[in-house]
Design a protein around this ligand. Structure first.
Ligand code: PLP
Length: 389
């Protein structure tokens, strides 16, 4: 089937958070939004078709997910990610961050430290802090144009109050797809320090180089507890439908997290959960293949143009995610000037690095999941802004 990803989906006139917040957050709704991580593409026809059928039922009371829902999640984990799981291991929750919040509240105590690698997705900080836990930042290190875990630094950071390690795989914002060897070292480290591993795999379907490994399947023979956060939200552009799944093999900890999800008053499933999961995981593989191809072309074009025509900006063609992480240090601008550069001169709303922790300073994150014509236009605006500095 052919899909038209060049189509302008005209979200300006909708309730899209990405578009509607422009005025409020950037003071200007005439710039192009490349900040929030959702895509400018319509979701797959199969998902939309299933959602329409659900709407046609005409009644939207409380729901209970069927066996087909769990079978579809199992199918995707096995077929796409070589991770064989049981239905009982899957806990539905309304979003990845609700899953993280429930996990932290169920398995750690107030004041405990949660270790993560920075730069890191901004809501990790707010969710951890919102749960009364502390964030322990260990910066990734940049070596040979690639980000790596800094195990020496992680060893120095960890204390008796550190209870969990929050892994982002693939990593938002730097786009690393961690190798098996790196993940083995992570598990070794967590086992040594008795840290629960919370693996956020929300970007796991966007892998362009290397191979994504779900750490859940590496637990055998290790004394380490693993909670994996997954969702069709990023992969199929359905973040607004409130569907995510935690995968927890260990029964005791699963029950604790499940209890917490219930205590947090999120006991019922969203009316679209089943339509989305079955439509995505059973019927949209072809759509995903096409979108991956389209996005990879966007990513290559962006990285090459930045390298060839937008010096002194620097970026790396990342292995995973549809996000580009751009180093602006050599522009020599302070934070306020940098905002002006991107918004006023380049005409684009980006995510500023500070949001990702101290390690993100002088960087911006740019979302490339949009029609290619927009990227071409923004790249031209960036070139012209640089030549006018
Ligand atoms: C790494 C990561 N985790 C979680 C989320 C949010 O997921 P959800 O909307 O399901 O809470 C995002 C969204 O950008 C993300 O990048």
């Amino acid at each position: 089937m052919e899909y038209n990803f060049d189509k302008d989906t005209n979200r300006k006139e909708t309730n899209s958070f990405k578009w509607k917040s422009l005025k409020n957050l950037y003071g200007n709704d005439n710039i192009y939004p490349m900040w929030v991580a959702d895509m400018e593409f319509e979701t797959s026809p199969a998902i939309r078709e299933r959602m329409k059928r659900r709407i046609d039922e005409g009644v939207f009371g409380y729901e209970l997910l069927s066996k087909e829902y769990f079978d579809a999640v199992k199918y995707w984990m096995s077929q796409k990610h070589s991770y064989d799981i049981e239905s009982e291991w899957i806990l539905y929750c309304s979003s990845g961050m609700v899953g993280l919040s429930a996990t932290l509240q169920a398995l750690t105590n107030e004041g405990d430290e949660i270790l993560l690698n920075t730069p890191a997705y901004g809501n990790f900080f707010s969710t951890i802090l919102g749960c009364g836990r502390k964030v322990l930042e260990s910066p990734l290190k940049l070596e040979n144009a690639m980000y790596h875990f800094d195990f020496e630094d992680m060893e120095k950071c960890v204390t008796s109050k550190t209870k969990a390690f929050l892994l982002c795989n693939p990593h938002n914002p730097v786009g690393r797809v961690w190798t098996l060897e790196e993940l083995e070292k992570v598990l070794e480290f967590c086992e040594k320090h008795r840290l629960i591993v919370i693996s956020d795999d929300i970007h796991f379907d966007f892998v362009f180089e290397g191979k994504h490994t779900m750490v859940g399947k590496m637990a055998t023979g290790r004394k380490v507890q693993i909670i994996t956060i997954t969702s069709p939200g990023k992969s199929f552009n359905v973040a607004g439908t409130q569907v995510a799944n935690l995968i927890i093999e260990d029964e005791d900890i699963r029950k604790k997290v499940q209890r917490k999800i219930k205590d947090m008053a999120y006991p019922f499933e969203h009316i679209f959960a089943e339509a989305v999961i079955i439509g995505a995981y059973r019927e949209s593989n072809d759509w995903l293949d096409h979108i991956l191809h389209y996005i990879y072309e966007n990513k290559k074009m962006f990285a090459n143009t930045i390298k060839e025509k937008c010096v002194p900006l620097k970026t790396i063609l990342s292995e995973g995610t549809y996000l580009a992480w751009v180093d602006c240090t050599d522009l020599g601008l302070n934070s306020e000037e940098l905002h002006r550069f991107w918004e006023e001169k380049c005409g684009v709303a980006v995510s500023y690095g500070e949001e990702f922790g101290k390690a993100g300073e002088q960087h911006v994150r740019i979302n490339l999941a949009c029609p290619r014509s927009k990227i071409i236009q923004i790249l031209q605006q960036i070139q012209s802004a640089i030549s006018n500095i």
